[in-house]
Write a protein that binds this ligand. Sequence first.
Ligand code: NDP
Length: 279
Amino acid sequence: MSRYALFGRSVAKSPSPQIHAAFARQAGIAMEYVGLDVEPGALPAALDAFAARGGRGANVTVPHKQAAFAACTRLSARARTAGAVNTLRLEEGQWYGDNTDGAGLVRDLTGRHSLDLRGRRALLLGAGGAARGVAPALLEAGVRELVIVNRSPERADALADALGEPGRAHTRYWEDLAGIGDFELVINATSAGRDAGAPLSLPFALCNDMTGAVDLNYGEVAIPFLAWARAAGLRTIVDGLGMLVEQAAESFEIWHGVRPDTDPVYALLREGAPEPATA
Ligand code: NDP
């Protein structure tokens, strides 16, 4: 029985153990996958302890993806560009890090939702670990322009610098959102819905007739952003459930060399989390 885990904050409700159990059943692989709560700053020690208990690989979620990057001795090219790691594999006693978030998002949008990302002007809200994972993949998928806006502007600037394509990927201030034009794609990569505080307040001026709204979050956390997209009258509204399944499939392949069939697992999870209604 090989051992895997998800490290994050408040991971008790995460569907990831259910997803990986379903993939393992499909592939006929005996594996354990559990969620483990870790406080900020405690990830390196938690990874060491897990490896000592026989852990072979891990996923990392909010807020540890940049700490996971620092904990790895070897990195994939996409993890290096992102500066964030969501998938770790133990290799000769050391952690190898990859980032499957971007591939997961693009596969969900272009495959399951048949969205053509090429030529789109896209707004990325957030510059944390998830935004750092998806930004390079969005550029690779052909978005024309990527405008990054984050509550703390220095994190947005650092992400734009890491992307290294100043002509295509650049930043604006959150306070200026009402005046930065409209977008064919608005992506919420913030964790704002997790806070007890005020929900995101976004201007409808960001939208045009073509705009698709994508929330990396799903379930209750996604409600405020998806409600905003419905109120704006958008026709394409996507939550993060499909991305969750697709990024997990990428991780599973990194660990086991087998590509799982994601559709039945997505359908199962969707039963408990209805599709975001479109206008
Ligand atoms: P991080 O903690 O690394 O980053 C959080 C981001 O949200 C930062 O940009 C932060 O801004 C911003 N933020 C937090 N609160 C607010 C607020 N009230 N108003 C505006 N911005 C805010 O988290 P991650 O990037 O790892 O994850 C972000 C979200 O994406 C999470 O909720 C996570 O569950 C989801 N996610 C979903 C995935 C999926 O597969 N569906 C995969 C990965 C993530 P600042 O820098 O100013 O603090």
